[in-house]
Design a protein around this ligand. Structure first.
Ligand code: UT7
Length: 389
């Protein structure tokens, strides 16, 4: 058990970072090949453009970049991280997990690592889990990442889905604290009966990939947009109210709400239902579209950069997505953004550590392969002696 009573320990965000792919795809770009228009997409969703991963970009690559930025902001040592949780439904591989790829790339040699699957609610679910890991006294330093690369699971001929999504990652580093700041309350919810309204039907073990599956595009996102819309406009305000109340706050005391960026109209509806002005919501959907598990931490990073979050701010992050799932986390902010500049030599030191982590990974793989080769040779020799006479 680590220091501090579980009753007084809180998970404080001490570092944050984001990463989006370089390639920008505008609504006009999509209208070149699809029966859609900038006007339709903007007026129905608020999206103007999105970032789409290129050949050398992936969920793991974006997660690693975002994590390194968060460590730099916190001026933290990756070797001290206890746990890495990655909220994603688009891992680079079924296994190894994206979290393990991040662990290896950071040289976080003491950390446990796992992916968490809750679609667009993935970051909020991961944050709530990290909070429990810290509050219980089990862990002190936890890295949480929300990342998705849904562009790889889109049918680019389906205008009702492909215009909505983009790729991206955001990360936060949480440390155990005993002051009034940190995670105040969490709310998580799920309704499995709605699994069919937002689904990737094939590619899992129920329907493995076959030529027929690929031809019918069953490995891509299928969505009943209106059902998801109805669900989202119900859970977004409800979860916000619930978490605020659980945190002992009134809605008036919430300075900033960071909602999942799926559709501007969903947030406007929530704003009306909660009677909270739109100015208190962070909106960046115009620039990135719906980046799924990446959307909330990316919006959080931008809000911090814009000076909208300061020490003492009460912040609510609230998300919803496939599953169906939803969740909210209320936090009291503690770190002044201007303090988040690590000395240059520490950045160099971290850079060296990442190079070392990459070399260590290569060395471990080589020695493992060499050992396997040697064992095989020895056992083969025993089993099949060359001199049969
Ligand atoms: O993280 C969670 C992810 N998902 C969501 O949050 C999605 C929630 N739902 C929504 O945001 C909205 O339902 C959409 C943006 C997906 C759709 O907006 P809508 O106002 O519900 O449109 P609709 O589905 O009722 O479609 C209206 C019309 C249809 O044409 P007809 O049948 O009226 O002739 C669609 O075929 O708009 C058509 N349409 C399009 N037209 C131009 C659908 N997509 C497009 C498009 N461009 N991209």
């Amino acid at each position: 058990m680590k220091s501090g009573s579980p009753l007084t320990r809180r998970a404080e965000i001490i570092g944050w970072g984001m990463c989006v792919p370089k390639q920008v795809v505008t609504n006009e770009d999509l209208a070149q090949t699809l029966d859609t228009s900038d006007d339709w997409i903007r007026s129905r969703t608020g999206i103007a453009q999105r970032r789409i991963a290129g050949d050398h970009e992936s969920s793991a690559q974006m997660a690693i970049e975002a994590a390194r930025s968060a460590l730099q902001v916190a001026d933290a040592n990756p070797r001290e991280i206890d746990l890495i949780i990655v909220g994603t439904t688009t891992p680079d591989h079924t296994f190894p997990s994206t979290a393990c790829q991040v662990q290896g790339a950071l040289g976080a040699v003491r950390a446990g690592a796992f992916d968490l699957s809750a679609a667009c609610s993935g970051f909020v679910y991961a944050l709530a889990t990290a909070h429990q890991a810290i509050a219980s006294g089990e862990h002190d330093l936890v890295l949480v990442i929300g990342v998705d690369c849904l562009s790889r699971r889109l049918n680019w001929q389906d205008r009702s889905t492909c215009v909505l999504f983009g790729d991206g990652a955001g990360a936060v580093l949480l440390r155990a604290g005993e002051g009034p700041a940190g995670v105040l309350a969490t709310v998580l919810g799920a309704d499995g009966s709605g699994g069919d309204v937002l689904i990737i039907p094939a590619g899992g073990c129920a329907a493995p990939l076959t030529p027929e599956v690929l031809e019918q595009n069953l490995h891509t996102i299928h969505m009943n947009g209106q059902e998801v819309y109805r669900f989202a406009t119900r859970v977004l305000p409800t979860a916000t109210e619930q978490v605020t109340k659980k945190a002992g706050l009134a809605l008036d005391e919430v300075d900033v709400i960071v909602p999942h960026q799926a559709n501007l109209r969903i947030v406007e509806m929530a704003s009306r239902r909660l009677k909270v002005p739109m100015e208190r919501f962070v909106i960046n959907i115009e620039e990135y579209g719906n980046t799924s598990a990446g959307s909330i931490p990316i919006a959080l990073c931008e809000a911090i950069e814009q000076g909208r979050i300061a020490p003492g701010s009460n912040v609510v992050m609230v998300g919803f997505g496939a599953g169906l799932t939803w969740g909210a986390v209320a936090i009291k902010w503690s770190v002044p953004p201007e303090e988040a500049i690590s000395p240059r030599y520490r950045n160099w030191w971290r850079w060296l550590l990442y190079r070392w982590a990459s070399m260590r990974g290569g060395w471990l793989r080589t020695t493992r392969n060499a050992t396997v080769w040697l064992i095989r040779r020895t056992t083969q020799r025993d089993r099949y002696p060359r001199n049969l006479d």
